[in-house]
Design a protein around this ligand. Structure first.
Ligand SMILES: [Mn+2]
Length: 328
């Protein structure tokens, strides 16, 4: 039995379908949700992608925008099929799941996924949720149109850092090649995602590097940005992937940490590692999670206390490790 036929059994007899994505949506969850939505629409279903806030500007070019419903968080109805995409746990989406639902399908690739669905299609080997959606559609009789291919290519390209991170596999590239063959608009993706970044994303790199910390052994690089700095400079919504990637890409650095105080006393920590340290485990100590090389969590408390504690943990765990574990 294919994964598609299992999911198809939940679709049977339904018309309305709610698609959930995670807070602070990224290219993978948006591309995956839009691709799935367009695919379901082509089969006569009525899918709706729920978001509490408007579409981030850089993703406005993606096909299928008519499927997006901007609605404040609410308790979802129990009689509508719900499909969550790229969400590791129920805290990652802002809507509340009903009890006794007719069906909750959980499609994800986070190793920290809590299997919250009635049916869980979780593949931690997949580089992006977009890979899983591609395989599902490939098994189905749904045609992968140029529009669907553009959404899926965006999803996979986003989560692999344009096919450069260690999660990129033979299969990732094979799927990407298939998507190009099916008409993914790579020129528009390149322009919109990689060559049209908001100025904020550049300014937050500047702000972050003002406050760069490097551990004595050079294995941990960290940046801290307080709430005052973020709000004063209108940087609360800036994308910080660029900043943390600069930290990780520095020679000798194994762990990159970004402490962002998103509200007074509320610190969003992003974690990345280069080749051996499992940042998912560290994030889980703070009820977060993600992947072994990229994870996140939110910690409440005093910013500098939090920074001290996390740095101590990361540096302690890295002591004496490195040279023989580095795979490259
Ligand atoms: Mn993802």
């Amino acid at each position: 039995m294919t994964e598609w036929s299992k999911i198809n059994s939940y679709l049977h007899g339904k018309s309305d379908i709610l698609i959930l994505i995670h807070e602070k949506p990224d290219g993978d969850c948006l591309g995956s949700a839009l691709a799935l939505g367009l695919a379901l629409e082509s089969k006569g279903y009525n899918p709706e992608i729920l978001m509490p806030n408007k579409m981030p500007e850089i993703y406005e070019f993606l096909p299928g925008q008519h499927l997006i419903s901007i609605k404040p968080p609410y308790l979802l109805p129990h009689d509508v099929l719900i499909i969550a995409v790229d969400c590791a746990d129920t805290k990652r989406f802002e809507y509340r799941l009903p009890k006794n639902s007719v069906g909750i399908i959980n499609i994800d690739h986070h190793i920290s996924n809590t299997s919250f669905g009635d049916y869980n299609l979780v593949d931690a080997e997949a580089a992006a949720a977009g890979e899983i959606i591609y395989k599902l559609l490939h098994e189905s009789d749904i045609k992968i149109t140029g529009d669907i291919a553009t959404c899926l290519y965006t999803a996979i390209s986003s989560d692999t850092g344009s096919f450069s991170y260690s999660n990129t596999t033979y299969q990732t590239l094979q799927i990407a090649a298939e998507l190009l063959a099916k008409g993914a608009d790579i020129d528009s993706i390149r322009y919109n995602i990689y060559e049209k970044k908001p100025l904020k994303d550049l300014l937050i790199i500047k702000k972050g590097l003002d406050n760069l910390y490097l551990s004595p052994e050079g294995q941990v690089a960290a940046c801290t940005i307080g709430y005052g700095d973020l709000s004063k400079n209108d940087l609360l919504t800036a994308d910080t992937d660029g900043l943390i990637n600069i930290l990780r890409s520095t020679e000798g650095v194994e762990v990159a940490l970004l402490f962002k105080e998103v509200a007074p006393g509320q610190v969003k920590l992003s974690l990345r590692s280069k080749s051996f340290y499992n940042v998912n485990e560290l994030a889980q100590e703070y009820e977060g999670g993600g992947h072994p090389r990229a994870a996140g969590c939110t910690i409440r408390g005093n910013l500098s206390d939090i920074v001290d504690e996390v740095l101590q943990k990361a540096e302690g765990a890295l002591k004496g490790r490195g040279d023989n574990e580095r795979s490259n």
